[in-house]
Design a protein around this ligand. Sequence first.
Ligand code: NAD
Length: 257
Amino acid sequence: MHLKGKTAIVTGSNSGIGLGVARELARAGADVVLNSYTDRDEDHALAREIADAHGVAARYIAADLSDGAAARGLIEAAGRCDILVNNAGIQHVAPIEEFPAVKWDAIIAINLSSAFHTTAVALPMMREAGWGRVINIASAHGLTASPYKGAYVAAKHGIVGFTKVTALETAREPITANAICPGYVLTPLVEAQIPDTMKKYDMGRDEVIEKVMLERQPSKEFATTEQLGGTCAFLCSDAAAQITGTTISVDGGWTAL
Ligand code: NAD
């Protein structure tokens, strides 16, 4: 329970990695703020479920992070931010010459620019509290590339760079900023890519997972959302106080190849 008394805001946390991170930070004692762009009963129910399971305060704040003002408004509405996990992200796969400009703009806005806006509002709150952790969920695609993922790769390389700048601007303070680079995690974002990939390669679901997705991941296993959450909890621990401006790969060896 080393995070008791801290408030963690996790963007894009009504599913997948963000939800796993919120659960693990709550397990470590943090109060949590969940977020996505929808405002449904089931979103708020997730916060209640986490509060009941871990005896922490948890709430859900809807904000569409494709809009910079809304991203800033999320942190302002939370009122306190000791731990900021910039996790919200979307994906689109297409060759450069066919890549819709509107998709490019949305990916850059949600996967990259939203982190600038949330961090800008959160840093003064961390300074006032005298402690802070910024964790940006990048990707193995923040360190390597794949064809047809132009906007995603650009945004993820961008957020790795922005993490380093955040770390340098806070280096003399008890605030750290790091990026986590997951390989494949079987979340709704990855599930959504499976049907098209099945069509493209004329393969079944299992074959796509084994021969296309996990082909790049030497462990041949998906990482789990709990493992990503555990990595975040570690970055918030005293043991990680001197870890700043770096990337931690949770990718089963992808970037070692
Ligand atoms: P996911 O689709 O389950 O989660 C994405 C989250 O972002 C959801 O909560 C979604 O509602 C939210 N979101 C999308 N658009 C938003 C918007 N406009 N405003 C606010 N929230 C919005 O996918 P995931 O796999 O859990 O992805 C989470 C992060 O992890 C992303 O940044 C993704 O790029 C990164 N990532 C995922 C994998 C993987 O294999 N799943 C690998 C590397 C990196």
